[in-house]
Ligand binder design. Structure first.
Ligand SMILES: [Zn+2]
Length: 113
């Protein structure tokens, strides 16, 4: 397994991904449609994040969205509250385009729930 390395624009937040994205999730919720993230869902144990990301919790959603406090890039999200939820989201746009430009897009209908 080859690890993939990404970072926010300024480099303060780094991401190491140890699984292989097969598609790129595009969510239409009020937050994601603004920040333009392309999501890959991963088990948290497959991802290492370094740096001091800033948290944002969208209304009553059960997840925390993280961004860089310096350059503002949205890097990932983590589950909030449910310790059995073994999933987090990684923003593929923080990685080299070769990793994700050719992936099929998967529409996530976050606006409906
Ligand atoms: Zn940054």
């Amino acid at each position: 397994m080859i690890a993939h390395y990404g970072s926010c624009h300024c480099g303060a937040i780094t991401l190491e991904l140890r699984d292989e994205p097969v598609d790129a999730g595009e969510c239409n919720c009020s937050l994601c449609r603004r920040n333009g993230a392309l999501w890959h869902y991963s088990a948290p144990k497959q991802v290492t994040v370094t740096g001091d990301a800033v948290s944002y919790v969208q209304g009553d959603r059960m997840l925390t969205t993280w961004h860089c406090g310096i350059c503002g890039d949205v890097t990932h999200w983590t589950s909030l509250g449910d310790p059995t939820y073994d999933r987090m989201g990684v923003n593929l746009r923080m990685f080299a385009p070769e990793l994700w430009t050719g992936l099929p897009r998967r529409l996530i209908d976050g606006a409906s729930f």
